[in-house]
Design a protein around this ligand. Structure first.
Ligand code: HEC
Length: 388
C-alpha cells in the first residue's frame, strides 16, 4: 500500500531548493550575472525560512521532531547500513535527519556571507552600504569556501539517494516527486533477499554515478556568459556611494565647478573616488604644471574643487574599484595618475598598446571609451565594451 510521506510543500521546497542552488551555481560562474545570482540567493533564503517553519508545522515526516533522533538510533542505523542491510525507514532515516539540519545550516551560512559580500563589495542588496569592503572580502572567502563544501555535500546526498534506490531498492528519488512510498508490508514483499542482487545493483549504480560525474564535469566547465555571448547594453547604474563624516554612505553628487573646470574644458573628468586624498592634494597643489599644462585656477575655485575631491576620495568611497586601488598602493605612495596605480596597471595589462591608440579610444585615460559607467565611478564588469 502507498502512503503519503512527503507532503506537497516539502516537495516544492526540495525541488525549489535544487533549482535555486543550480541557478546560484550557474550564475556564479561570471560576474556578469551577479544580480541574478543574488536573486537566487534571496529565493534560497526564503525557502530555508519556510522549511524551518515547516519543520514544526508540516506533516509527521516533515517535522524535526520526527526525524532528529538520538545517538543510539543513529549508531544503530549506521551499523545496519555498514552491514548492507539498512533498517527500512519511511521518512528520513536517523542518520540523514542530522544531515538535513546540517545542510540547512550550511545554506544559511552561505546566504548570510553572500548578503555581506554583496553589501560591502558591490554596495547592493537590502543591506547595501552596511558592511565595509574589508568585511566583504572576508565574507567572500567564507562564502566561496562554504559553497564548495556544500557542493560536496550535494554530491554525497545524491550518491546516497542512488545507493538507497539502486542497491536497497527503496525508491527514494521518485518518492520526492510523487510524495508516496510503500508501507513496510509492501516493501518487504517486493524487496527479495538483498544479497542476491547486490552485485548487479552496484553495477547499475556505478554506471549512474559515472554519468553524474560526466554531467558534473560539463557543468563545471560551463560558462553561461559565453553561451549567451551577450553583453548587457543598457543598465542605468546608480553612482557609487560615498561615506560622509559620520561614515554613513550617501549617493555620490556631481559638483558643477569640478565638472566644468576639470571636465568640459580640457579632458573627461576622472572620478574623484579613483584616487586617495593625498593624490588629489598633490594634483591640486601642482596645477601650474598639471601634466605639462598650466591649469591654474582662481584660489577659491581651487579650494572648492579640492574640498569636493577630498570629500569623495577613494578612502570615502564604497566602490570595489576604489578599495582595490587603495589596497594595492604601496605604503606612502602618492600616485598622480590613475593609470599609474598598480591596480589599474594589473587590470589593463592584458590590453594591447595599439588598442589604446585606436581613434575610438585615443588614450588609456579615456576611461569612458571602454567603460560605459565611467561617470558613475562604478566600473562594473558588465559595463565594459572595448570599441573597435
Ligand atoms: C581600451 C579600453 C579601456 C580603457 C581606455 C580603460 N579600461 Fe578599464 N578595463 C578595460 C577592460 C577590458 C577591463 C577588464 C579587464 C579584466 O577584467 O581582465 C577593465 C577593467 C577595469 C577595472 C576593473 C573592473 C573590475 O571590476 O574587474 C577598473 C576599475 C577599470 N578598468 C578602470 C579604468 C579607469 C579608471 C580607466 C581610465 C583611467 C580605464 N579603466 C580605462 C578596458 C579599458
Amino acid at each position: 500500500m502507498k502512503i503519503v510521506v512527503w507532503d506537497i510543500p516539502t516537495r516544492l521546497f526540495h525541488w525549489g531548493l535544487v533549482l535555486a542552488c543550480f541557478t546560484a551555481y550557474i550564475t556564479s560562474r561570471t560576474e556578469r550575472f551577479l544580480e541574478l545570482h543574488a536573486v537566487a540567493g534571496y529565493v534560497l533564503f526564503s525557502l530555508i525560512i519556510f522549511r524551518i517553519v515547516w519543520g514544526f508545522a508540516g506533516n509527521k515526516y516533515a517535522r524535526f521532531s520526527h526525524f532528529l533522533k538520538g545517538p543510539k538510533e543513529v549508531l544503530s542505523y549506521l551499523s545496519s547500513m555498514v552491514r548492507l542491510k539498512p533498517h527500512r525507514c519511511t521518512g528520513h532515516n536517523p542518520a540523514v535527519g542530522w544531515v538535513v539540519l546540517f545542510m540547512l545550516s550550511v545554506l544559511i551560512a552561505i546566504t548570510v556571507t553572500g548578503v555581506v559580500t554583496y553589501s560591502g563589495e558591490e554596495n547592493k542588496g537590502f543591506l547595501a552600504g552596511y558592511f565595509s569592503f574589508n568585511a566583504a572580502q572576508y565574507a567572500f572567502i567564507l562564502h566561496t569556501f562554504i559553497a564548495y563544501a556544500f557542493i560536496a555535500l550535494i554530491v554525497v546526498h545524491v550518491a546516497a539517494a542512488f545507493i538507497h534506490d539502486f542497491v536497497f531498492r527503496e525508491n527514494m528519488i521518485l518518492a520526492m516527486v510523487t510524495g508516496s512510498k510503500e508501507d513496510s508490508a509492501g516493501f518487504a514483499a517486493r524487496s527479495v533477499p538483498a544479497e542476491t542482487h547486490v552485485k548487479a545493483r552496484f553495477a547499475r549504480l556505478a554506471v549512474f554515478l559515472l554519468l553524474c560525474l560526466l554531467g558534473g564535469w560539463m557543468l563545471v566547465s560551463f560558462n553561461l556568459a559565453s553561451v549567451l555571448g551577450s553583453k548587457r547594453t543598457s543598465g542605468s547604474h546608480a553612482a557609487v556611494k560615498v561615506k560622509d563624516d559620520k561614515g554613513v554612505p550617501r549617493p555620490f553628487v556631481v559638483n558643477g565647478l569640478w565638472l566644468s573646470e576639470c571636465g568640459e574644458s580640457c579632458h573627461s573628468v576622472f572620478h574623484p573616488t579613483l584616487l586617495p586624498e593625498v593624490s588629489w592634494k598633490a594634483v591640486m597643489a601642482g596645477l601650474d604644471e598639471h601634466f605639462e599644462d598650466d591649469a591654474s585656477l582662481e584660489p577659491e575655485d581651487a579650494e572648492e574643487i579640492l574640498k569636493y575631491l577630498i570629500s569623495n576620495s577613494a578612502e570615502r568611497s564604497t566602490s570595489e574599484a576604489s578599495q582595490k586601488i587603495l589596497w594595492t598602493l604601496p605604503e606612502g605612495s602618492v600616485p598622480l595618475r590613475i593609470t599609474k596605480t598598480p591596480y589599474w596597471l594589473k587590470k589593463h595589462s592584458g590590453i594591447k598598446k595599439d588598442i589604446f591608440k585606436r581613434e575610438s579610444v585615443t588614450s588609456p585615460s579615456n576611461c569612458a571609451a571602454c567603460h560605459r559607467d565611467a561617470d558613475t565611478g562604478i566600473f562594473d564588469d558588465t559595463q565594459i565594451a572595448v570599441p573597435d
